[in-house]
Write a protein of this length. Structure first.
Length: 500
Protein backbone atom coordinates (compact mmCIF):
# COMPACT_ATOMS: atom_id res chain seq x y z
CA UNK A 1 0.00 0.00 0.00
CA UNK A 2 1.35 3.41 -0.98
CA UNK A 3 2.26 5.65 1.93
CA UNK A 4 0.42 9.00 2.10
CA UNK A 5 2.06 12.12 3.53
CA UNK A 6 -0.47 14.62 4.86
CA UNK A 7 -0.29 18.10 6.35
CA UNK A 8 0.57 19.08 9.94
CA UNK A 9 -1.73 21.84 11.17
CA UNK A 10 -2.44 22.95 14.73
CA UNK A 11 -0.30 20.26 16.31
CA UNK A 12 -1.71 17.22 14.50
CA UNK A 13 -1.82 15.41 11.18
CA UNK A 14 -4.55 16.71 8.88
CA UNK A 15 -5.56 14.64 5.88
CA UNK A 16 -5.42 16.38 2.53
CA UNK A 17 -8.84 17.57 1.40
CA UNK A 18 -8.07 18.97 -2.06
CA UNK A 19 -8.02 15.58 -3.77
CA UNK A 20 -4.70 16.49 -5.41
CA UNK A 21 -1.62 14.39 -4.73
CA UNK A 22 1.93 14.29 -6.01
CA UNK A 23 4.16 11.22 -6.42
CA UNK A 24 7.27 10.68 -4.31
CA UNK A 25 9.78 8.24 -5.78
CA UNK A 26 12.67 6.24 -4.42
CA UNK A 27 15.45 7.61 -6.67
CA UNK A 28 17.43 4.38 -6.39
CA UNK A 29 14.64 2.25 -7.85
CA UNK A 30 12.49 4.75 -9.71
CA UNK A 31 9.43 3.34 -7.95
CA UNK A 32 6.69 5.58 -6.56
CA UNK A 33 6.64 4.83 -2.83
CA UNK A 34 4.55 7.68 -1.46
CA UNK A 35 1.80 10.12 -2.32
CA UNK A 36 1.92 13.61 -0.86
CA UNK A 37 -1.22 15.69 -0.41
CA UNK A 38 -1.24 19.04 -2.22
CA UNK A 39 -2.86 21.82 -0.24
CA UNK A 40 -5.67 23.97 -1.55
CA UNK A 41 -5.96 27.67 -0.74
CA UNK A 42 -8.36 26.79 2.08
CA UNK A 43 -5.88 24.36 3.61
CA UNK A 44 -3.07 26.93 3.50
CA UNK A 45 -5.46 29.40 5.13
CA UNK A 46 -6.19 26.86 7.88
CA UNK A 47 -2.45 26.49 8.61
CA UNK A 48 -1.95 30.26 8.71
CA UNK A 49 -5.00 30.64 10.98
CA UNK A 50 -3.60 28.02 13.36
CA UNK A 51 -0.27 29.86 13.41
CA UNK A 52 -1.98 33.20 14.01
CA UNK A 53 -3.99 31.79 16.91
CA UNK A 54 -0.85 30.30 18.45
CA UNK A 55 1.05 33.57 18.08
CA UNK A 56 -1.35 35.29 20.48
CA UNK A 57 0.30 33.43 23.35
CA UNK A 58 3.61 32.22 21.90
CA UNK A 59 4.66 35.73 20.90
CA UNK A 60 4.42 36.90 24.51
CA UNK A 61 5.78 33.73 26.11
CA UNK A 62 8.97 33.90 28.13
CA UNK A 63 12.36 33.31 26.55
CA UNK A 64 12.92 30.65 29.19
CA UNK A 65 9.87 28.70 28.01
CA UNK A 66 10.90 28.88 24.36
CA UNK A 67 14.47 27.82 24.92
CA UNK A 68 13.48 25.02 27.29
CA UNK A 69 11.33 23.51 24.52
CA UNK A 70 14.11 23.96 21.97
CA UNK A 71 16.59 22.19 24.27
CA UNK A 72 14.18 19.24 24.49
CA UNK A 73 13.74 19.30 20.71
CA UNK A 74 17.50 19.26 20.23
CA UNK A 75 17.82 16.14 22.38
CA UNK A 76 15.04 14.42 20.41
CA UNK A 77 16.62 15.45 17.12
CA UNK A 78 19.94 13.99 18.23
CA UNK A 79 18.25 10.75 19.27
CA UNK A 80 16.38 10.47 15.98
CA UNK A 81 19.06 11.60 13.56
CA UNK A 82 19.37 8.14 11.99
CA UNK A 83 15.62 7.88 11.46
CA UNK A 84 15.53 11.30 9.78
CA UNK A 85 18.55 10.41 7.64
CA UNK A 86 16.82 7.23 6.48
CA UNK A 87 13.79 9.25 5.37
CA UNK A 88 16.05 11.62 3.46
CA UNK A 89 17.87 8.77 1.72
CA UNK A 90 14.62 7.03 0.81
CA UNK A 91 13.15 10.09 -0.89
CA UNK A 92 16.15 12.17 -1.97
CA UNK A 93 18.62 9.38 -2.70
CA UNK A 94 21.72 10.81 -1.03
CA UNK A 95 23.93 8.36 0.83
CA UNK A 96 23.31 7.89 4.55
CA UNK A 97 26.49 9.69 5.63
CA UNK A 98 25.48 12.75 3.59
CA UNK A 99 22.01 12.65 5.14
CA UNK A 100 23.50 12.44 8.64
CA UNK A 101 25.73 15.40 7.83
CA UNK A 102 22.66 17.36 6.77
CA UNK A 103 20.98 16.73 10.11
CA UNK A 104 24.17 17.73 11.93
CA UNK A 105 24.31 21.08 10.11
CA UNK A 106 20.66 21.67 11.00
CA UNK A 107 21.47 20.93 14.63
CA UNK A 108 23.95 23.82 14.57
CA UNK A 109 21.10 26.27 14.05
CA UNK A 110 19.02 24.61 16.76
CA UNK A 111 22.01 25.16 19.06
CA UNK A 112 22.04 28.81 18.05
CA UNK A 113 18.32 29.11 18.74
CA UNK A 114 18.74 27.55 22.18
CA UNK A 115 20.99 30.51 23.04
CA UNK A 116 18.76 33.12 21.41
CA UNK A 117 18.49 35.02 24.71
CA UNK A 118 21.90 36.53 24.04
CA UNK A 119 20.89 37.69 20.54
CA UNK A 120 17.70 39.33 21.83
CA UNK A 121 19.33 41.53 24.44
CA UNK A 122 18.34 45.13 23.83
CA UNK A 123 20.21 48.38 24.36
CA UNK A 124 19.71 51.16 26.90
CA UNK A 125 20.99 54.72 27.03
CA UNK A 126 20.33 56.62 30.24
CA UNK A 127 20.11 60.36 30.73
CA UNK A 128 20.05 61.24 27.03
CA UNK A 129 18.30 64.33 28.34
CA UNK A 130 17.29 65.29 31.84
CA UNK A 131 15.58 62.17 33.30
CA UNK A 132 15.10 60.71 29.80
CA UNK A 133 16.17 57.14 28.90
CA UNK A 134 16.08 55.47 25.47
CA UNK A 135 15.82 51.68 25.05
CA UNK A 136 15.97 49.58 21.88
CA UNK A 137 14.22 46.21 21.85
CA UNK A 138 13.43 43.57 19.24
CA UNK A 139 10.04 41.90 18.91
CA UNK A 140 8.69 39.05 16.76
CA UNK A 141 6.82 39.65 13.50
CA UNK A 142 3.94 37.18 13.84
CA UNK A 143 3.28 34.38 11.34
CA UNK A 144 6.25 33.65 9.08
CA UNK A 145 6.63 31.11 6.27
CA UNK A 146 9.43 28.97 4.87
CA UNK A 147 9.55 27.50 1.36
CA UNK A 148 12.35 24.97 1.07
CA UNK A 149 14.07 22.89 -1.67
CA UNK A 150 14.43 19.16 -2.27
CA UNK A 151 18.19 18.94 -1.87
CA UNK A 152 18.25 19.46 1.91
CA UNK A 153 14.79 18.50 3.21
CA UNK A 154 15.85 18.64 6.88
CA UNK A 155 18.73 21.11 7.01
CA UNK A 156 17.23 24.07 5.14
CA UNK A 157 13.99 24.12 7.17
CA UNK A 158 16.20 24.02 10.27
CA UNK A 159 18.06 27.06 8.94
CA UNK A 160 14.74 28.90 9.35
CA UNK A 161 12.23 27.73 11.92
CA UNK A 162 14.41 27.33 15.06
CA UNK A 163 15.37 31.01 15.02
CA UNK A 164 11.86 32.05 13.96
CA UNK A 165 10.13 30.29 16.84
CA UNK A 166 12.87 31.11 19.36
CA UNK A 167 12.32 34.80 18.67
CA UNK A 168 8.57 34.40 19.26
CA UNK A 169 7.13 33.89 15.77
CA UNK A 170 4.94 31.03 14.58
CA UNK A 171 5.88 29.15 11.43
CA UNK A 172 4.28 27.63 8.33
CA UNK A 173 6.60 25.38 6.31
CA UNK A 174 6.01 24.46 2.66
CA UNK A 175 8.69 21.83 1.99
CA UNK A 176 9.58 20.34 -1.37
CA UNK A 177 6.91 17.97 -2.61
CA UNK A 178 9.68 15.64 -3.88
CA UNK A 179 10.87 14.55 -0.41
CA UNK A 180 8.32 15.67 2.21
CA UNK A 181 8.59 13.04 4.95
CA UNK A 182 11.50 14.55 6.91
CA UNK A 183 9.45 17.68 7.61
CA UNK A 184 6.64 15.62 9.16
CA UNK A 185 9.10 13.78 11.38
CA UNK A 186 10.50 17.11 12.55
CA UNK A 187 6.96 18.34 13.31
CA UNK A 188 6.30 15.26 15.42
CA UNK A 189 9.52 15.78 17.39
CA UNK A 190 8.65 19.43 18.03
CA UNK A 191 5.26 18.36 19.40
CA UNK A 192 6.94 15.74 21.56
CA UNK A 193 9.27 18.43 22.90
CA UNK A 194 6.24 20.41 24.08
CA UNK A 195 5.91 23.05 21.36
CA UNK A 196 2.36 24.43 21.63
CA UNK A 197 -0.10 23.49 18.90
CA UNK A 198 0.01 25.80 15.91
CA UNK A 199 3.49 27.23 16.49
CA UNK A 200 4.90 24.98 13.74
CA UNK A 201 2.79 23.85 10.78
CA UNK A 202 3.52 22.00 7.54
CA UNK A 203 1.53 22.27 4.32
CA UNK A 204 2.58 20.37 1.22
CA UNK A 205 1.84 21.36 -2.31
CA UNK A 206 2.77 23.12 -5.50
CA UNK A 207 2.43 26.65 -6.86
CA UNK A 208 -1.10 26.97 -5.43
CA UNK A 209 0.23 26.65 -1.88
CA UNK A 210 3.26 28.83 -2.55
CA UNK A 211 1.27 31.66 -4.09
CA UNK A 212 -1.23 31.66 -1.25
CA UNK A 213 1.56 32.02 1.31
CA UNK A 214 3.05 34.87 -0.72
CA UNK A 215 -0.22 36.79 -0.81
CA UNK A 216 -1.79 35.89 2.56
CA UNK A 217 -2.22 39.07 4.61
CA UNK A 218 -1.40 37.33 7.90
CA UNK A 219 2.01 36.06 6.71
CA UNK A 220 4.52 38.73 7.66
CA UNK A 221 7.75 37.29 6.25
CA UNK A 222 8.85 34.63 3.77
CA UNK A 223 12.13 32.70 3.68
CA UNK A 224 13.05 30.77 0.53
CA UNK A 225 15.91 28.65 -0.77
CA UNK A 226 15.87 27.36 -4.36
CA UNK A 227 16.67 28.30 -7.93
CA UNK A 228 17.34 31.88 -9.02
CA UNK A 229 14.24 32.27 -11.26
CA UNK A 230 11.95 31.13 -8.43
CA UNK A 231 13.86 33.20 -5.84
CA UNK A 232 13.33 36.28 -8.00
CA UNK A 233 9.61 35.45 -8.30
CA UNK A 234 9.26 34.87 -4.54
CA UNK A 235 10.98 38.16 -3.76
CA UNK A 236 8.98 40.18 -6.26
CA UNK A 237 5.61 38.69 -5.35
CA UNK A 238 6.01 38.65 -1.57
CA UNK A 239 7.48 42.15 -1.52
CA UNK A 240 4.56 43.44 -3.59
CA UNK A 241 2.32 42.04 -0.88
CA UNK A 242 4.17 43.97 1.83
CA UNK A 243 6.18 41.09 3.26
CA UNK A 244 9.74 40.89 4.46
CA UNK A 245 11.64 38.46 2.18
CA UNK A 246 14.90 36.55 2.14
CA UNK A 247 15.11 34.52 -1.07
CA UNK A 248 18.29 32.55 -1.67
CA UNK A 249 18.82 31.53 -5.29
CA UNK A 250 21.16 29.47 -7.42
CA UNK A 251 24.89 29.43 -7.89
CA UNK A 252 27.84 28.72 -10.10
CA UNK A 253 30.61 28.39 -7.55
CA UNK A 254 34.18 28.73 -8.79
CA UNK A 255 37.39 27.38 -7.29
CA UNK A 256 40.50 29.31 -8.35
CA UNK A 257 43.66 27.17 -8.25
CA UNK A 258 46.94 29.10 -8.38
CA UNK A 259 50.19 27.57 -9.68
CA UNK A 260 51.68 27.37 -6.18
CA UNK A 261 48.75 25.38 -4.74
CA UNK A 262 49.04 21.88 -3.31
CA UNK A 263 47.50 20.14 -6.33
CA UNK A 264 46.70 16.93 -4.47
CA UNK A 265 44.77 18.88 -1.85
CA UNK A 266 43.09 20.94 -4.58
CA UNK A 267 42.08 17.82 -6.49
CA UNK A 268 40.70 16.18 -3.35
CA UNK A 269 38.71 19.32 -2.61
CA UNK A 270 37.41 19.65 -6.16
CA UNK A 271 36.16 16.07 -6.24
CA UNK A 272 34.42 16.24 -2.86
CA UNK A 273 32.91 19.66 -3.54
CA UNK A 274 31.75 18.88 -7.08
CA UNK A 275 30.43 15.34 -6.66
CA UNK A 276 29.35 15.14 -3.02
CA UNK A 277 25.58 14.73 -2.67
CA UNK A 278 25.63 14.09 -6.45
CA UNK A 279 26.28 17.78 -7.00
CA UNK A 280 22.75 18.65 -5.86
CA UNK A 281 23.69 21.51 -3.57
CA UNK A 282 23.91 25.25 -4.06
CA UNK A 283 27.39 25.35 -2.54
CA UNK A 284 28.84 22.70 -4.86
CA UNK A 285 31.99 23.67 -6.75
CA UNK A 286 30.91 23.37 -10.37
CA UNK A 287 33.75 25.33 -12.02
CA UNK A 288 37.48 24.98 -11.38
CA UNK A 289 39.58 27.82 -12.77
CA UNK A 290 43.15 26.63 -13.31
CA UNK A 291 45.79 29.37 -13.51
CA UNK A 292 48.88 28.98 -15.67
CA UNK A 293 50.59 25.72 -16.49
CA UNK A 294 49.05 23.51 -13.81
CA UNK A 295 45.83 22.76 -15.73
CA UNK A 296 46.81 19.44 -17.27
CA UNK A 297 48.23 18.01 -14.07
CA UNK A 298 45.24 19.19 -12.00
CA UNK A 299 42.72 17.72 -14.44
CA UNK A 300 44.53 14.39 -14.41
CA UNK A 301 44.53 14.29 -10.61
CA UNK A 302 40.80 15.10 -10.53
CA UNK A 303 40.09 12.39 -13.12
CA UNK A 304 42.04 9.75 -11.16
CA UNK A 305 40.04 10.47 -8.03
CA UNK A 306 36.66 10.85 -9.71
CA UNK A 307 36.90 7.48 -11.44
CA UNK A 308 37.17 5.74 -8.05
CA UNK A 309 33.90 7.11 -6.62
CA UNK A 310 31.48 4.27 -5.92
CA UNK A 311 27.94 5.05 -7.05
CA UNK A 312 25.03 3.11 -5.64
CA UNK A 313 21.88 3.18 -3.48
CA UNK A 314 22.06 5.61 -0.60
CA UNK A 315 21.26 2.91 1.95
CA UNK A 316 24.28 0.84 0.87
CA UNK A 317 27.10 1.68 3.31
CA UNK A 318 29.68 1.27 0.54
CA UNK A 319 28.08 3.87 -1.72
CA UNK A 320 29.78 7.26 -1.91
CA UNK A 321 27.29 8.90 -4.28
CA UNK A 322 23.62 8.16 -4.87
CA UNK A 323 21.17 8.82 -7.70
CA UNK A 324 19.60 12.12 -8.72
CA UNK A 325 16.21 13.15 -7.38
CA UNK A 326 14.13 12.45 -10.53
CA UNK A 327 14.54 10.91 -13.96
CA UNK A 328 13.65 14.26 -15.57
CA UNK A 329 16.42 16.01 -13.65
CA UNK A 330 18.85 13.20 -14.51
CA UNK A 331 18.13 13.60 -18.22
CA UNK A 332 18.58 17.37 -18.04
CA UNK A 333 21.95 17.00 -16.29
CA UNK A 334 23.03 14.47 -18.93
CA UNK A 335 22.15 16.88 -21.74
CA UNK A 336 24.87 19.29 -20.60
CA UNK A 337 27.47 16.56 -20.96
CA UNK A 338 26.29 15.19 -24.31
CA UNK A 339 26.24 18.71 -25.76
CA UNK A 340 29.56 19.85 -24.30
CA UNK A 341 31.90 18.79 -27.11
CA UNK A 342 29.86 20.64 -29.71
CA UNK A 343 30.27 23.80 -27.64
CA UNK A 344 34.05 23.48 -27.53
CA UNK A 345 34.68 21.58 -24.30
CA UNK A 346 36.83 18.49 -23.94
CA UNK A 347 34.91 15.61 -22.33
CA UNK A 348 37.38 13.90 -19.98
CA UNK A 349 34.78 11.77 -18.17
CA UNK A 350 31.26 11.08 -19.48
CA UNK A 351 28.87 9.83 -16.80
CA UNK A 352 25.79 9.65 -19.00
CA UNK A 353 24.23 6.26 -19.52
CA UNK A 354 25.44 4.98 -16.16
CA UNK A 355 23.35 2.31 -14.41
CA UNK A 356 23.66 0.26 -11.23
CA UNK A 357 23.16 -3.50 -11.48
CA UNK A 358 19.91 -4.55 -9.86
CA UNK A 359 18.64 -0.95 -9.81
CA UNK A 360 18.39 -0.27 -13.53
CA UNK A 361 15.28 1.90 -13.19
CA UNK A 362 16.92 4.28 -10.71
CA UNK A 363 17.78 7.86 -11.58
CA UNK A 364 21.46 7.15 -12.14
CA UNK A 365 24.18 9.25 -13.69
CA UNK A 366 27.90 8.86 -13.38
CA UNK A 367 30.71 11.33 -12.83
CA UNK A 368 31.36 13.83 -15.61
CA UNK A 369 34.45 16.02 -16.01
CA UNK A 370 34.70 18.66 -18.72
CA UNK A 371 37.98 20.43 -19.51
CA UNK A 372 38.84 23.63 -21.41
CA UNK A 373 35.24 24.72 -21.16
CA UNK A 374 34.52 28.04 -22.91
CA UNK A 375 32.57 30.61 -20.95
CA UNK A 376 29.91 30.57 -23.67
CA UNK A 377 29.05 26.89 -23.13
CA UNK A 378 25.75 26.08 -21.43
CA UNK A 379 27.59 23.67 -19.15
CA UNK A 380 29.34 26.74 -17.75
CA UNK A 381 26.62 29.39 -17.85
CA UNK A 382 23.80 27.28 -16.35
CA UNK A 383 23.47 25.89 -12.84
CA UNK A 384 23.52 22.16 -13.65
CA UNK A 385 22.85 20.87 -10.10
CA UNK A 386 24.41 17.49 -10.80
CA UNK A 387 27.78 15.68 -10.77
CA UNK A 388 29.35 17.66 -13.62
CA UNK A 389 32.57 19.60 -13.06
CA UNK A 390 33.81 22.19 -15.58
CA UNK A 391 37.48 23.18 -15.74
CA UNK A 392 38.38 26.52 -17.28
CA UNK A 393 41.89 27.72 -18.10
CA UNK A 394 43.32 31.21 -17.54
CA UNK A 395 46.87 32.57 -17.70
CA UNK A 396 46.90 34.81 -14.63
CA UNK A 397 45.32 35.45 -11.24
CA UNK A 398 43.78 38.67 -12.54
CA UNK A 399 42.13 36.84 -15.45
CA UNK A 400 40.72 34.29 -13.03
CA UNK A 401 39.23 36.92 -10.74
CA UNK A 402 37.75 38.79 -13.71
CA UNK A 403 36.19 35.56 -15.00
CA UNK A 404 34.62 34.73 -11.64
CA UNK A 405 33.37 38.27 -11.09
CA UNK A 406 31.70 38.31 -14.52
CA UNK A 407 29.35 35.52 -13.44
CA UNK A 408 25.80 36.66 -12.65
CA UNK A 409 25.93 34.42 -9.57
CA UNK A 410 27.80 35.26 -6.38
CA UNK A 411 27.02 32.55 -3.86
CA UNK A 412 30.30 30.93 -2.84
CA UNK A 413 33.85 30.72 -4.15
CA UNK A 414 37.24 29.39 -3.11
CA UNK A 415 40.93 29.89 -3.75
CA UNK A 416 43.66 27.27 -3.38
CA UNK A 417 47.12 28.69 -2.84
CA UNK A 418 50.07 28.78 -0.45
CA UNK A 419 50.42 32.54 -0.92
CA UNK A 420 48.80 34.47 1.93
CA UNK A 421 49.02 37.74 0.05
CA UNK A 422 47.16 36.32 -2.94
CA UNK A 423 44.53 34.80 -0.67
CA UNK A 424 44.04 38.15 1.08
CA UNK A 425 43.62 39.93 -2.23
CA UNK A 426 41.16 37.32 -3.39
CA UNK A 427 38.87 37.56 -0.37
CA UNK A 428 38.68 41.33 -0.80
CA UNK A 429 38.37 41.49 -4.60
CA UNK A 430 36.02 38.60 -5.30
CA UNK A 431 32.29 39.34 -5.68
CA UNK A 432 30.67 36.56 -3.70
CA UNK A 433 28.99 36.28 -0.33
CA UNK A 434 30.99 33.33 0.99
CA UNK A 435 34.70 32.78 0.38
CA UNK A 436 36.90 29.80 1.16
CA UNK A 437 40.69 29.90 1.40
CA UNK A 438 41.88 26.33 0.85
CA UNK A 439 38.32 25.39 1.90
CA UNK A 440 36.17 24.26 -1.05
CA UNK A 441 32.68 24.61 0.46
CA UNK A 442 32.73 27.68 2.73
CA UNK A 443 29.34 27.20 4.38
CA UNK A 444 29.51 29.36 7.53
CA UNK A 445 29.00 27.88 10.97
CA UNK A 446 25.66 28.65 12.58
CA UNK A 447 26.68 31.83 14.40
CA UNK A 448 27.76 33.47 11.14
CA UNK A 449 25.21 34.06 8.39
CA UNK A 450 24.82 32.20 5.08
CA UNK A 451 24.09 34.06 1.86
CA UNK A 452 25.37 35.12 -1.52
CA UNK A 453 25.55 38.21 -3.69
CA UNK A 454 24.11 39.19 -7.06
CA UNK A 455 21.64 36.66 -8.51
CA UNK A 456 22.22 34.29 -5.61
CA UNK A 457 20.26 36.35 -3.08
CA UNK A 458 17.17 38.54 -3.26
CA UNK A 459 16.45 40.56 -0.15
CA UNK A 460 18.55 42.34 2.44
CA UNK A 461 19.13 39.57 4.96
CA UNK A 462 21.28 36.46 4.81
CA UNK A 463 19.99 33.34 6.54
CA UNK A 464 20.66 32.22 10.16
CA UNK A 465 23.31 33.82 12.40
CA UNK A 466 22.77 37.46 13.37
CA UNK A 467 21.00 38.16 10.09
CA UNK A 468 18.48 35.43 10.88
CA UNK A 469 17.66 36.97 14.25
CA UNK A 470 17.23 40.39 12.68
CA UNK A 471 15.10 39.01 9.84
CA UNK A 472 12.59 37.39 12.20
CA UNK A 473 12.34 40.39 14.54
CA UNK A 474 11.71 44.10 14.20
CA UNK A 475 13.21 46.89 16.21
CA UNK A 476 11.38 49.20 18.54
CA UNK A 477 12.81 52.22 20.32
CA UNK A 478 11.22 53.40 23.57
CA UNK A 479 11.94 56.87 24.94
CA UNK A 480 10.95 57.27 28.61
CA UNK A 481 10.76 60.15 31.05
CA UNK A 482 9.71 59.69 34.66
CA UNK A 483 9.42 62.55 37.13
CA UNK A 484 11.86 62.40 39.98
CA UNK A 485 10.19 61.34 43.27
CA UNK A 486 11.74 64.42 44.85
CA UNK A 487 9.47 66.53 42.65
CA UNK A 488 6.31 64.98 44.10
CA UNK A 489 3.69 67.32 45.59
CA UNK A 490 4.21 68.32 49.20
CA UNK A 491 2.77 65.89 51.69
CA UNK A 492 3.85 62.73 53.39
CA UNK A 493 7.15 61.57 51.93
CA UNK A 494 8.95 58.89 53.93
CA UNK A 495 11.57 57.94 51.39
CA UNK A 496 13.09 60.97 49.73
CA UNK A 497 14.02 64.00 51.92
CA UNK A 498 13.65 67.15 49.88
CA UNK A 499 16.85 68.70 51.20
CA UNK A 500 19.25 66.38 49.31
Amino acid sequence: MTKIVNHWIGGKTVEGASGNYGPVTDPATGAVTTKVAFASVDEVDAAVAAAKDAYATWGTSSLAKRTTILFKFRALLEANRDAIAELITAEHGKVHSDALGEVARGLEIVDLACGITVQLKGELSTEVASRVDVASIRQPLGVVAGITPFNFPAMVPMWMFPIAVATGNTFVLKPSEKDPSASLKIAELLAEAGLPDGVFNVVHGDKVAVDRLLEHPDVKAVSFVGSTPIARYIHTTASANGKRVQALGGAKNHMLVLPDADLDAAADAAVSAAYGSAGERCMAISAVVAVGSIGDELVEKIRERAEKIKIGPGNDPTSEMGPLITAVHRDKVASYVTGAAAEGAEVVLDGTGYTVEGFEDGHWIGISLLDKVPTSAKAYTDEIFGPVLCVLRVDTYDEGVALINSSPFGNGTAIFTRDGGAARRFQLEIEAGMVGVNVPIPVPVGYHSFGGWKDSLFGDHHIYGNDGTHFYTRGKVVTTRWPDPADAPTGVDLGFPRNH
